[in-house]
Design a protein around this ligand. Structure first.
Ligand code: C2E
Ligand code: CA
Ligand code: CA
Ligand code: CA
Length: 278
């Protein structure tokens, strides 16, 4: 039985998928949630393994629902994609990330912001113009923004995705292919995309210390990416042994709970350099 709030939340999650009425109401509430400031970006650092330096942060959305509490993106991003609200959400996420970037710049902190975009954003082709407008209205250089797009999103409509990615690339926006290894993309298609970064999916990284197959997959993915001129991120790095293994494989960037969990902007700054802010 669900007694306290925390337990209630844990019970609530699995039922979300089953109750389509609840899903419908969440879908219709999303737009209001964006306007009503119920969404928040959390920031997770990306560590340059060689330099031992945080070079970037990934921006991950959270929904503080007034009745249901904290809702994870895996629960509502698919709903946003189905209902068309994802465009407004993506616009909100890029705007919020750029505003945060500017505020950190004022404090002397320069970190590239990595924002997740969905397949829908690539298909409707309005994204490049929107990004161009936001970059110029914030007066930011294009390398301050990286867009992470999943392998499966690119492969959903490869021709349209290629067009959108080329436009963004020409503007100087950095592009990352996310969840790599889970999306069955063809190398021929991937080779055509103007990418800067490849993120090895955490499913291959989480068990790297125990699973020899994962070791082979990660090692050869690093080589493949480097041969294609891409920098490589491993996500889901949860311990030092994994980090050292990745370093041995020549992986460029590590992200995961061993370095830090996604944090609010406030907590991120406190974690990033407590001494500096004194
Ligand atoms: P993703 O882009 O693959 O993000 C990585 C997920 O792995 C995040 O989950 C992060 O919290 C989690 N993670 C990071 N380090 C570790 C680790 O060491 N161990 C484990 N087990 N997990 C780790 P999160 O924040 O729940 O986001 C889930 C997914 O929701 C994201 O996967 C992304 O696809 C999507 N998402 C999040 N924010 C946005 C957004 O603003 N727009 C869009 N379109 N999608 C978003
Ligand atoms: Ca991502
Ligand atoms: Ca990922
Ligand atoms: Ca994922």
């Amino acid at each position: 039985t669900c007694k306290d709030k925390h337990v209630h939340y844990l019970c609530y999650q699995p039922s979300l998928n089953k109750h389509s009425l609840l899903r419908l109401s969440l879908m219709s509430e999303l737009r209001a949630a964006i306007l009503d400031n119920q969404l928040e970006l959390f920031y997770q650092p990306k560590l340059d393994i060689e330099q031992q330096k945080i070079v970037s942060v990934e921006c991950l959305v959270r929904w503080h629902h007034p009745e249901h509490g904290f809702i994870q993106p895996d629960e509502f991003i698919p709903l946003a994609e189905q209902s068309g609200h994802i465009r407004a959400l993506t616009e909100w996420a890029i705007k919020t990330a750029l505003a945060q970037h500017k505020s950190w710049l004022k404090q002397g902190i320069e970190l590239q912001m990595a924002v997740n975009i969905s397949a829908v954003d690539l298909i409707d082709l309005k994204l490049p113009a929107l990004v161009a407008q936001l970059m110029s209205s914030h007066g930011l250089s294009p390398h301050s923004l990286k867009l992470e797009v999943t392998e499966s999103a690119v492969m959903a409509e490869p021709d349209q995705a290629l067009q959108a990615l080329c436009m963004l690339n020409q503007m100087g926006i950095k592009l990352s292919i996310d969840d790599f290894g889970t999306g069955f993309s063809s190398m021929a298609q991937l080779k055509k995309m103007p990418l800067d970064e490849l993120k090895i999916d955490k499913s291959f990284v989480l068990d790297l210390n125990n699973d020899e197959d994962d070791e082979v997959i990660v090692k050869s993915t690093v080589e493949l990416a480097h041969n294609l001129g891409l920098s490589v991120v491993a996500e889901g790095v949860e311990d030092l042994l994994t980090l050292n293994k990745l370093k041995g494989f020549g992986c460029d960037i590590a992200q995961g709970y061993f370095i830090a969990k996604p944090m609010t902007a406030e907590n991120f700054i406190a974690w990033w350099d407590p001494v500096r802010l004194q």
